[in-house]
Design a protein around this ligand. Structure first.
Ligand code: NDP
Length: 430
């Protein structure tokens, strides 16, 4: 099995890293697309077919999350992100977790939900009954509108009806909502589901004698969940000046803060998305869809809370879990259109959307622990700002060797500010 543990990767030159990867991926289908052989950037002509009013493309750093060992399999995880420390922190925690046996994941069936909104029904209960009496033929019609999905073993599987609007609600507030449950196989499924619900709308109008307005996928993908788990003995958490037990307890205190206080929960969860979004972006998936679903799931009991949980087990180990809706795919959307996304999926060696969902939540959990571990020990600034200093130097106009020179000086002076960096750049250029 190809290892994801590559000691010293951080300190190597970019060309050395690329060379190392080529050796690592020799003989696999990822080899032919490795950096030196094929340009991974998005061609402008392709971009012009993807969205409107195109004038260029936008690049992001692509780094590798290393050390990930998930369900007894090695993963080198491509991450597209502009924020310093994210990739380093995820890799640091993945290394700790692999010493404890790695992450384990559970991924539910991949069922996405399509919604059809019906208004103006005279009697909502009889409209509901009319739809349910035709459930079988409605499911057949949905599948007929996108037959390839059923041929793959997926397709529309079930249908439910919800009545919204309490007694006394206005005609705008009263509605009936049809939920179509669709197994989208390895696709995120938005376009597939939208095709299906649009196809059903005329029949639903006939059955209910109401008017259909919205026919669209719900991004609250709570039937398509992925959960990652790690169990870490405290000695693996020991860090300069802090015992493993102290770090473990600090993490649990930090979790309780995020579980109960929305002000903290938002930042805690932003840290989780720091790990999740870069993988979603690198693989060409729709990160707005994943973000929207994840935050809604964090508020599923009525209060916005921590997405992850952290506790101590009977043996004193730190146990972390992260469960989130994962509306993503390994086909469809930009996954096969963007050259970097194609490359990222080949590098990950991922066979299915379920497998990708498991990797994504594992990275989110690692990122969460990375932030919490720093916060409950030396604080976030030291590690973060030393990396951030390089971006500050570039923003202040430093080029080539000046970048490292200015960054080092900013760290030495403990003044990581653009104003100070500009002064330093000016004095070097003189
Ligand atoms: P696509 O429309 O690209 O459909 C998926 C494609 O993958 C189909 O053409 C299908 O082929 C093909 N395919 C090949 N192998 C498989 C397989 N094993 N399982 C499933 N499909 C396979 O993408 P989606 O329907 O997934 O829609 C995702 C896109 O929709 C994203 O770009 C998203 O941004 C966008 N979107 C999102 C919305 C939202 O989030 N609310 C709303 C609207 C759009 P075949 O046709 O032969 O079956």
């Amino acid at each position: 099995m190809r290892t994801s543990r590559i000691p010293g990767f951080y300190n190597k030159e970019i060309t050395e890293r690329q060379q190392l990867l080529q050796e690592l991926y020799e003989g696999t289908d990822a080899e032919d697309v490795l950096f030196t052989k094929e340009d991974l950037s998005l061609p402008i002509d392709t971009a012009n077919h993807m969205i409107e009013n195109v004038i260029g493309t936008f690049g992001l750093p692509l780094g590798l999350g290393l050390n990930f060992y998930i369900n007894d399999k090695e993963y080198i995880v491509p991450m597209a992100v502009e924020e310093a420390s994210v990739v380093a922190s995820a890799s640091h925690i993945a290394k700790i977790v692999r010493s404890a046996g790695g992450f384990t994941t559970e991924v539910s069936e991949r069922v996405m939900i399509g919604q059809i909104q019906v208004v103006g029904c005279e009697d909502l209960e009889s409209a509901e009954a009319a739809i349910l009496s035709e459930k079988t033929s409605l499911l057949e019609d949905a599948n007929a509108s996108y037959p390839s999905l059923e041929r793959r073993g997926g397709g529309a599987k079930d249908l439910e009806v919800r009545i919204i609007g309490e007694k006394g609600a206005s005609s705008y507030q009263k509605m009936l909502v049809v939920h179509l449950y669709v197994d989208t196989c390895d696709a995120m499924g938005a376009n597939m589901i939208n095709t299906m619900v649009e196809a059903l709308a005329p029949t639903i109008e006939q059955l209910t004698r109401g008017k259909v307005y919205l026919r669209i996928l719900s991004n609250y993908a709570d039937q398509s969940l992925a959960k990652a788990r790690c169990v870490i003995p405290p000695h693996l958490l020991e860090t300069k000046g802090f015992s493993g037990e102290a770090v473990r307890d600090g993490v649990i205190h930090a979790y309780e803060f995020a579980r109960t206080d929305p002000y903290r929960a938002v930042t805690h969860n932003k840290g989780i998305m720091n790990g999740i979004d870069p993988v979603i972006i690198a693989t060409g998936n729709d990160w707005r869809a994943v973000e929207a679903g994840a935050h809604a799931y964090a508020a599923r009991d009525g209060q916005y809370r921590s997405m992850s949980t952290w506790r101590k087990d009977e043996s004193g180990n730190l146990v972390g879990e992260l469960e989130l809706p994962m509306s993503l795919g390994v086909v469809g959307g930009a996954t096969r259109v963007h050259p970097t996304a194609r490359f990222a999926l080949r590098m990950l060696h991922i066979q299915s959307a379920k497998e990708l969902a498991g990797v994504v939540v594992s990275v989110g959990l690692a990122q969460n622990l990375g932030a919490l571990k720093a916060l409950v020990t030396e604080g976030i600034q030291r590690g973060h700002m030393s990396l951030h200093a390089r971006s500050i130097a570039i923003a202040a106009g430093a080029v080539d060797e000046e970048i490292e020179q200015v960054a080092k000086e900013l760290i030495r002076l403990k003044e990581i500010r653009v104003g100070k960096a500009q002064e330093l750049v000016a004095s070097i250029k003189k």
